[in-house]
Design a protein around this ligand. Structure first.
Ligand code: NAP
Length: 291
């Protein structure tokens, strides 16, 4: 009698685990990754603490329900590194066969105060034994519309301790387009893509472009690290947060985020979006005109 065909567990799991689990799905990158995957017809499971299927890094009982049926994970790390390796291990045990992890440029130069979650995510996916791709992005242009630098722009003054450095800031739409592509396309396994915008900008120049697009006066003020720490404390930041920002800006001032990178071109076959194009669209939404 012929021996029964052996089960190919990788194939079986791949058939049953065909959803793409998107973490941080309400965030700047995750939201756009979900939109792009859905538009491409992929089966997507968006999760965060506020999704129908809840996922909370700090509540391990939420991990298994989120992972059920997922074959691929878009991994946006938490700030704390502690849960990341366990989550990746559990994901692989549940049938995940591919990770795309979001990280930051300059990650090789960080200290213990900043980016440890991203570093843990890089290490965990590299050790996972399954397919992985790492996306190391420059600072997002959307930090000026959806994050820390938005409120200061509304007041007409943004102060940062950048010491005249240049940085090719990136449109999150480009990161999402890259992520959505490598989540579904073969050929990106074991690669680290460095993702930057198309041009190195000084922060005063970036703010001037935004001000011109917004039709408002907004000035950039160079701060010393001491002045910046004092401003953060005055805004109510705790010492952990102050140290994290201090550490990020030190890596930036050392020039570790300053070079142009070719990841967008390599994955998408086109140049990244310019700040002028991005700022024009953002200004048209009224994002810098609100009281
Ligand atoms: N901003 C930049 O310029 C930049 C540059 C390079 C890399 N990065 C990295 O990008 C990552 C942030 O990604 P993002 O900007 O797309 O997100 P984001 O806009 O900062 O949003 C955070 C997301 O995480 C979710 N979240 C928060 N706490 C959570 C928890 N305990 N468990 C599960 N989900 C939680 C939030 O949703 P709920 O509130 O609904 O849970 C939200 O979807 C960070 O690792 C950051 O270091 C940022």
């Amino acid at each position: 009698m012929a021996e029964p065909a052996r089960l190919d567990w990788n194939r079986v799991m791949a058939q049953h685990n065909d959803e793409i689990l998107v973490l941080a799905a309400t965030g700047k990158t995750g939201r756009r990754v979900v939109e792009r995957l859905r538009a491409a017809g992929a089966r997507v499971r968006p999760v965060s603490r506020s999704s129908t299927i809840r996922f909370d890094w700090s509540d391990r009982t939420t991990w298994a329900p989120a992972l059920t049926g997922a074959g691929t994970v878009y991994l946006v790390a938490p700030e704390e590194p502690e849960p990341v390796a366990d989550f990746v291990e559990q994901a692989v045990a549940a049938g995940v066969r591919r990770f795309v992890a979001l990280s930051g440029r300059g990650i090789e130069h960080i200290d213990e105060h900043f980016g440890q979650g991203m570093a843990a995510a890089e290490a965990a996916v590299r050790d996972s034994g399954v397919e992985w791709t790492i996306l190391r992005a420059n600072n997002f242009l959307q930090n000026f519309t959806e994050d820390l630098w938005h409120a200061p722009l509304l007041t007409g003054r943004l102060g940062l301790p950048v010491d005249g450095i240049l940085e090719p800031l990136i449109d999150v739409e480009d990161i999402a387009a890259v992520a959505a592509t490598v989540l579904v396309e073969p050929g990106h396994t074991g690669r680290i893509y460095e993702l930057s915008g198309p041009r190195r900008l000084s922060y005063p120049e970036a703010v001037a472009i935004i001000a011109a697009a917004a039709g408002r006066e907004i000035r950039f003020e160079e701060l010393t690290p001491e002045q910046y720490r004092a401003e953060l404390r005055a805004e109510g930041w705790d010492e952990v947060g102050v140290a994290a920002m201090d550490s990020l800006f030190a890596v930036m001032r050392a020039g570790h985020l300053s070079d142009l990178a070719d990841g967008v071109q390599r994955v998408l076959g086109r140049a990244p979006t310019s700040i002028e194009e991005w700022a024009g669209k953002a200004a048209a939404t009224g994002i810098w005109s609100r009281p």
